[in-house]
Design a protein around this ligand. Structure first.
Ligand code: HEC
Length: 247
């Protein structure tokens, strides 16, 4: 019995992993200490996402401080929807217009990195593909029949789906989407690498937004470790001092 319980406990994380993350998920190796990545991601977010999505829990001022932008830089590269630096990242789009245009209001993205996970977001932004059956002509591997247009198409280029015919257990043939390919293959390798880096920056920014205190916690963590280390030396010296006469 004990063994069974132990085996279940050991297996649990893998099972959870298998159910939430399919084999398809790409790994986003985000680094919240990378200021350049965060800054570039913030700019992309303000340029390409803030038109439709808000981030109602984030203030421009805070982003400036956390990411190392000057007030002038924040105003120039991030603030298109307001001129008050103390304002949160609201959008001009009215929910009713969102419903008319896309069939739904685009959701607030403040905490999406936490609800969806960074790998999901990363893969989502990499896997928009052409699908003439959809109203906007695109679909997504992570989000079937998504209502969002591929807003980063001019950075990535268009991708087309490649299908393969496979037979199932009953001998029935099915078309299965196996991979996505860039339609225009000019400088493919460099373009793919560049786009992946841009999406990584964007996802890093979204991760920061989901939990802005993470940056602070990591910085604090370093000091705490340093303190503990110094304390260890002091404790050791004290111990030596106390035990000197007893030995
Ligand atoms: C033209 C408007 C528009 C723009 C610009 C836009 N989106 Fe969207 N987005 C939408 C809509 C509409 C949905 C809802 C899709 C659905 O539910 O089918 C959505 C959904 C999403 C979702 C899924 C949220 C969830 O958890 O369900 C993510 C993530 C997302 N967008 C990220 C982004 C990012 C990042 C950008 C900037 C690169 C961006 N969007 C730009 C309209 C937009």
């Amino acid at each position: 019995m004990k063994r069974l319980i132990l085996a279940t406990i050991l297996l649990l994380p893998t099972l959870a992993f298998a159910s939430t993350e399919g084999p398809l998920l790409e790994q986003a190796h985000t680094d919240l200490n990378n200021k350049t990545s965060l800054q570039e991601g913030a700019k992309l977010f303000a340029n390409y996402c803030l038109g439709c999505h808000s981030a109602n829990y984030m203030r421009f001022e805070r982003i400036g401080k956390d990411l190392g932008f000057t007030e002038e830089e924040v105003k120039q590269s991030l603030m298109y929807t307001t001129d008050k630096i103390g304002e949160t990242m609201k959008i001009a789009l009215k929910p009713a217009d969102g419903i008319t245009w896309f069939g739904m209001a685009p959701p607030d993205l403040s905490v999406t990195a936490r609800s969806r996970g960074v790998n999901w977001l990363y893969t989502y932004l990499l896997t928009f593909y052409l699908d003439p059956k959809r109203p906007l002509g695109v679909n997504n591997l992570m989000f079937k029949d998504v209502a969002m247009p591929h807003v980063l198409w001019e950075r990535q280029g268009w991708q087309k789906p490649i299908y393969e015919t496979v037979k199932d257990a009953e001998g029935q043939e099915h078309q299965v989407l196996t991979k996505l390919e860039l339609v225009d293959k000019t400088n493919e390798k460099e373009r793919v690498e560049k786009y992946r880096q841009e999406v990584l920056n964007l996802v890093t920014f979204l991760e920061y937004m989901g939990e802005p205190t993470k940056l602070e916690r990591q910085r604090l963590g370093m000091w705490v470790l340093l303190y503990l280390f110094i304390f260890l030396i002091v404790a050791y010296l004290l111990k030596r001092e106390y035990w000197k006469d007893i030995h």
